[in-house]
Design a protein around this ligand. Structure first.
Ligand code: SAM
Length: 231
């Protein structure tokens, strides 16, 4: 992967960035996503935010070598602190981090959100708490995708601020639009998840130490939901 050839995962994220956007890519690492989108003329400007020094320097180098310093500002900052009002950001991507981390970045940076930005989120797990945050903060999920690359299942969640929406517990777990669309990638992911959960339950049954009842009940509830989904 490089700034010209994105991984399938980042290519699918890129497909949800609106034409003409001013993008903030938070946790940008090498900066490949904003670089690819600028080179293709999809976005007009970008901020690449990084909290860690090594990826920050890597993004700085990539941007310098492509001569796009005027259009991409690389910033060493924690989460949404990378964004300033004068950036006039219209889309924010947060990719390749746990869903809880993405949620915490959004929550602690709320004051930096104008409410006009499209959020393009690619959590590695933790989708349920992330969807819960979106619902609690007045975001509607516009689009969802599941894809598989290098033996990993990835989800993409696209959301915008809208009138309040209420998602059920199952919708927060599976994704409200995924539940409706039931794509082959989505169903294959949950078949794998079901096998994993059955293995965990079998392991618990053999365990010497008692498993907390609450934990057991939670897994059993998820097994029931997934079995119903796949029935
Ligand atoms: N977004 C890229 C992608 O999807 O390929 C890079 C993903 S990389 C696994 C996660 C990056 O997020 C790391 O470079 C890490 O330093 C950065 N990161 C984690 N927490 C962050 C935060 N609070 N603010 C900014 N960057 C953060």
């Amino acid at each position: 992967m490089n700034e010209q050839t994105l991984s399938l995962r980042l290519a699918r994220v890129a497909a949800h960035v609106p034409a003409g956007a001013r993008l903030a890519d938070i946790g940008s690492d090498h900066g490949y996503l904003p670089l690819a989108l600028l080179r293709r003329g999809v976005i007009t400007a970008a901020v690449a935010g990084e909290v860690a020094l090594t990826p920050f320097r890597s993004a700085e180098r990539s941007v310098r070598e492509s001569g796009l310093e005027q259009q991409i500002s690389v910033r060493l900052a924690n989460g949404l602190a990378a964004i300033e009002p004068q950036d006039e950001i219209t889309a924010i991507s947060l990719c390749g981090m746990g869903g809880e981390t993405i949620r915490d970045i959004l929550d602690s940076g709320k004051a930096r959100l104008s409410g006009q930005e499209r959020l393009i989120l690619q959590p590695n797990g933790g989708e349920q708490p992330l969807r819960q945050w979106l619902m609690d903060n007045g975001y509607r999920i516009l689009c969802e995708e599941v894809l598989r690359e290098n033996r990993f299942d990835y989800e993409i969640i696209v959301a915008e601020r809208a009138e309040p929406v209420v998602y059920s517990a199952e919708e927060l777990y599976f994704g409200p639009l995924q539940l409706q669309a039931r794509s082959p990638a989505f169903l294959a992911k949950w078949q794998r998840k079901l096998r994993q959960k059955h293995k965990i339950l079998a392991h618990f049954a053999r365990a010497q130490q008692a498993v907390p009842e609450e934990k057991l009940q939670d897994i059993e509830r998820k097994v029931r939901w997934i079995s119903e989904l796949l029935a």
